[in-house]
Write a protein that binds this ligand. Structure first.
Ligand SMILES: NC(=O)c1ccc[n+]([C@@H]2O[C@H](COP(=O)([O-])OP(=O)(O)OC[C@H]3O[C@@H](n4cnc5c(N)ncnc54)[C@H](O)[C@@H]3O)[C@@H](O)[C@H]2O)c1
Length: 432
């Protein structure tokens, strides 16, 4: 099938590349000429394991190409995916400016039937609004369908998530649209949930909000663990073995970040309020998450008494491992708070340092993990990159001035870190 992808960021590029890998002929559009130039040169503008190789393979097979001009693809494609960003507005609502612009552009160029799919995460009823926007601007008599096909991929494992999804959700309003989706996704073996468009939109917001709730719930329990000297890891294990609860997303840490959870929870709260049925629980989920970064910094301050003139070595900046994405990364407020207290920051991240430097100023970015320990009074772990598990801690400790170690991701075992000579603390677990 001939597919057009509009917006070639994380979701658009992964979607387009994977569909090309499955045998479709895909053109990815982006309004950012630098991004398209980079892609045409065989490079990708962000880090995602395995993506570069797959892009090169699909380009070589002539099934994947790139352009800045939406007009070139609209009439050549049976399906057009809208994959543009839907960033948060100051009031928490989703900014749909980019979605609206694309809907108008599609309408301007459309001459024959096409299925227009919202893949971007959008508030409920956006599909209907996209349909009306296209209808108002398209030539008389031109047929089209609008559908919702929310994306559940995770950065860092995006290709596997796309090619082996738990489920494919499609929200459609015609048999023709459903048939096109069935043909498109026929190579994938996953249950397909077919709903109306509004339900599909709600599935995405509800799923992300539920996962974020699990994280905030666990973080709230971890503080009770800290208060009484209990162990959140054991509490989470004891809870998670109940299949009604499940083990995943019960990990205490410095809070959730990234381009999805904070934005999607805020947008879901905002739309619920607009619909007159405010989802109060979500306000608390966000409040707990914001407070978690502050709580972590307070813990560092309490242990070290003062941070003025202290050097802190930070391991990990990205909002999670295996990505260079810094959007809403907890490392940003945490490092800014530490700097405000007078600490000097040395930081290492295997992939995200360049993107971090766009936001986090006055940080000395180093290119090897051991370099963060140089003259440091404390080590702070903010992202659980697996390479940190294999560091030679004795070597790292040797170049430190003091032995504080704050593990914001509960990556290490308190007993072992104590034996290594660190003054180790983590979240919701008793220090050894
Ligand atoms: N990143 C994720 O892990 C993830 C997962 C699931 C869903 N989503 C959702 O998918 C959507 C896209 O997210 P992303 O992370 O890929 O964003 P992104 O910022 O990485 O990519 C969006 C791209 O759209 C382009 N764009 C904007 N307006 C355009 C236009 N008019 N024409 C052509 N290109 C245009 C931008 O230049 C950018 O390259 C968001 O709604 C997000 O919530 C993201």
């Amino acid at each position: 099938m001939k597919i057009g992808i509009i917006g070639s960021g994380y979701v658009g590029l992964v979607t387009g590349t994977c569909l090309a890998h499955l045998g479709h002929t895909v053109t990815c559009v982006d309004q950012d000429p630098t991004k398209i130039r980079t892609l045409k040169k065989g490079k990708i503008p962000f880090y995602e394991p395995g993506l570069m190789e797959m892009v090169l393979e699909c380009v070589a097979a002539k099934r994947l190409s790139f352009t800045t001009e939406i007009s070139k693809i609209v009439n050549r494609c049976e399906v057009l995916f809208i994959c543009v960003n839907t960033p948060p507005m100051p009031d928490g609502g989703a900014d749909l400016t980019f979605v609206e612009k694309v809907a108008r552009q599609i309408a301007t160029h459309l001459r024959g039937y096409c299925l227009v799919v919202e893949k971007s995460t959008v508030p409920v009823e956006t599909g209907e609004w996209v349909r009306q926007t296209i209808k108002r601007n398209v030539r008389k008599g031109v047929q089209f369908d609008v559908a919702s096909n929310p994306e559940f991929l995770r950065e860092g494992s995006a290709i596997r998530d796309f090619l082996q999804p738990d489920r494919i959700v499609i929200g459609v309003s015609s048999d023709r649209a459903e048939k096109l989706f069935r043909k498109l996704y026929s190579p994938l073996k996953a249950p397909m949930i077919v709903t109306d468009i509004k339900s599909a939109e709600l599935i995405k917001h509800a799923a992300n909000s539920f996962l974020a709730t699990k994280i905030s719930f666990t973080n709230a329990v971890s503080r009770i663990c800290d208060a009484v000297g209990a162990d959140i890891e054991k509490v989470a294990l004891g809870m998670g073995l109940d299949p009604r609860i499940g083990k995943q997303f019960l990990k205490a840490g410095v809070g959730f970040g990234g381009s999805c959870f904070p934005k999607d929870v805020s947008a879901f709260l905002h739309i619920s309020e607009k619909l007159g049925t405010r989802f109060e629980l979500l306000a608390d989920v966000l409040k707990i998450n914001d407070a978690q970064a502050k709580y972590f910094v307070e813990g560092i301050k309490n242990s070290m008494k003062t941070l003025r003139g202290k050097t802190i070595g930070v391991l990990g900046l990205a909002f999670k491992p295996d990505t260079d994405d810094m959007r809403s990364a907890p490392s940003i407020p945490i490092i800014q708070m530490l700097q405000k207290e007078g600490a000097r920051i040395l930081a290492y991240d295997p992939q995200a340092a360049a993107k971090a430097a766009e936001t986090l100023r006055d940080v000395s970015y180093v290119s090897a993990p051991y370099a963060v320990a140089q003259g440091a009074h404390a080590i702070v772990v903010l992202t659980e990159w697996s390479e940190f598990l294999n560091l030679d801690w004795a070597r790292l400790k040797k170049s430190m001035k003091d032995r504080f170690f704050f593990d914001g991701r509960n990556m290490f075992q308190p007993e072992e870190m104590k034996t290594l000579g660190f003054r180790y603390s983590s979240i919701g677990r008793p220090s050894a």
